[in-house]
Design a protein around this ligand. Structure first.
Ligand code: PMP
Length: 425
């Protein structure tokens, strides 16, 4: 057993100071048991805890670290920016550069507004969609997670799912009634809602590749079907690409599958590990935002120079380095193949879903995992055993069955092989 006595002591202290001892619930290791590791340092594919143990990291700060930790170009960009002041609350050239990069990479984005988190991005995109259409309801999918704004804490994924919280106290009835839920990969369930509430539906919001009930792939025609239904009923299609954006292709899932949403929400990778979100889309919709239009949305630290510098450095590498996505895919395919062998060797029932460098191994006897219901057949105790064995072997997977494993450019083949090797029956 690794000695984690300092982490144990720190967590005990944290629980006296911070609700649950953490500033975001999934970090608490609730569903896998044990004590969360307090991290002191990270570099490349590795993180170190405060007891000095080293782990190969596949959590990747829950997605942002696609280039690995403390990548030199990013660290240097942040250092340079910090020397010139950390915030001005006035426009900067960084913001133009960031907007240009995003617009050049994400097919449907013509204008973009920077915010500080994915939650702000989805919350603001929904407000904008409501203002644009003059309608109030939104359709989301069971098990998809769009941050913690009230409208989205209905049948949500990620920590809400991991902790088994169906919705959340504090979200009022009047807000909840405007959120309709459909089933991912089931167009019929969406069509039924449009039949019943068509004139009231402002938007459909979807993770085009869900990562918050574990990774699930869109079935052929599903995203296209959403595009057609929303167009037919005059509702907006919002792709929440906070995870898939810049992860599965430079232009995210919309590039990979060739579907143009009206609005796109982004986060994680665009901040290079600093707190950033963004939402963008069609000009005519985005121009409804203040001060151009009447829809209000603002932020003291939005477009922050440090965050912009880190994000610009990250996006430039992702945009310009040839073969980067192919190499990510190759490494993730190596992990997938290795895990498939392990499942077969040990006679363990499981399903592996993967798109590019994001994947989930579901411990289930189901033949496929295409929906929330399929994901729910997973044996979460079996996942917890897998997680804890890996941790003891120095491999840090997400502390929940219902999250993704993220591969970064910093992972070596040896890292991947070690992660496969620690799979035990
Ligand atoms: N949307 C998706 C798809 C996410 O995965 C997340 C966070 N995991 C969010 C929105 C919220 O982002 P943030 O945590 O930055 O508020």
């Amino acid at each position: 057993m690794n000695n984690i006595s300092r982490s144990i002591e720190a967590f005990s202290k944290a629980k006296e100071l911070i609700p649950g001892g953490v500033n975001s619930p999934v970090r608490a290791f609730k569903s896998v048991g044990g004590n969360p590791l307090f991290i002191s340092e990270a570099k490349g594919s590795k993180v170190w805890d405060i007891d000095g143990n080293c782990y190969i990291d596949f959590v990747a700060s829950w997605g942002p670290m696609i280039l690995g930790h403390a990548r030199e170009e990013i660290v240097e960009a942040v250092r340079k920016a910090a020397e010139k002041g950390t915030s001005y609350g006035a426009p900067t050239l960084y913001e133009n550069e960031m907007a240009e990069l995003i617009i050049s990479m994400v097919p449907s984005v013509e204008k973009v507004r920077m915010v500080n988190s994915g939650t702000e991005a989805t919350m603001s995109a929904l407000r904008l969609a409501r203002a644009y259409t003059g309608r109030s309801k939104v359709i989301k999918f069971t098990g998809c997670f769009h941050g913690h704004a009230d409208s989205f804490l209905i049948k949500a994924g990620s920590g809400v799912l991991t902790l088994g919280i169906p919705g959340s106290p504090g979200v009022t009835e009047s807000v909840a009634k405007d959120t309709l839920t459909a089933e991912y990969n089931d167009l019929e369930s969406v069509s039924k809602l449009f039949d019943a509430y068509g004139k009231d539906i402002a938007a459909v919001i979807v993770e085009p590749i869900p990562g918050n009930m574990g990774v699930i792939l869109p079935k052929q025609g599903f995203l296209q079907g959403l595009r057609e239904l929303t167009s037919k009923y005059g509702a907006l299609l919002i792709f929440d690409e906070v995870i898939s954006g810049f992860r599965v292709a430079p232009g995210g899932a919309q590039e990979l599958y060739g579907i143009m949403p009206d609005l796109t929400t982004m986060g994680k990778i665009i901040g290079g590990g600093l707190p950033v979100g963004a939402y963008g889309g069609r000009k005519d919709i985005m121009d409804m935002l203040a001060p151009e239009g009447p829809v209000y949305q603002a932020g003291t630290l939005s477009g922050n120079p440090l965050a912009m510098s880190a994000g610009i450095a990250a996006l430039k590498i992702l945009k310009n380095e040839p073969g980067i996505y192919k190499e990510l895919d190759r490494k993730a395919a190596r992990m997938e193949a290795g895990l498939r062998e392990k499942l077969a060797e040990t006679g363990t029932k499981g399903v592996i879903n993967r798109v590019g460098s994001m994947l989930t191994l579901f411990f289930t006897s189901a033949s496929e995992v295409c929906s929330f219901a399929d994901a729910m057949t997973s044996d979460t105790d079996r996942y917890a055993r897998h997680f804890n064995k890996a941790l003891q072997a120095g491999v840090y997977f997400a502390p929940s069955q219902f999250e993704a494993t993220f591969i970064s450019t910093a992972h070596t083949d040896e890292d991947i092989d070690k992660a496969v090797e620690c799979f035990k029956n």
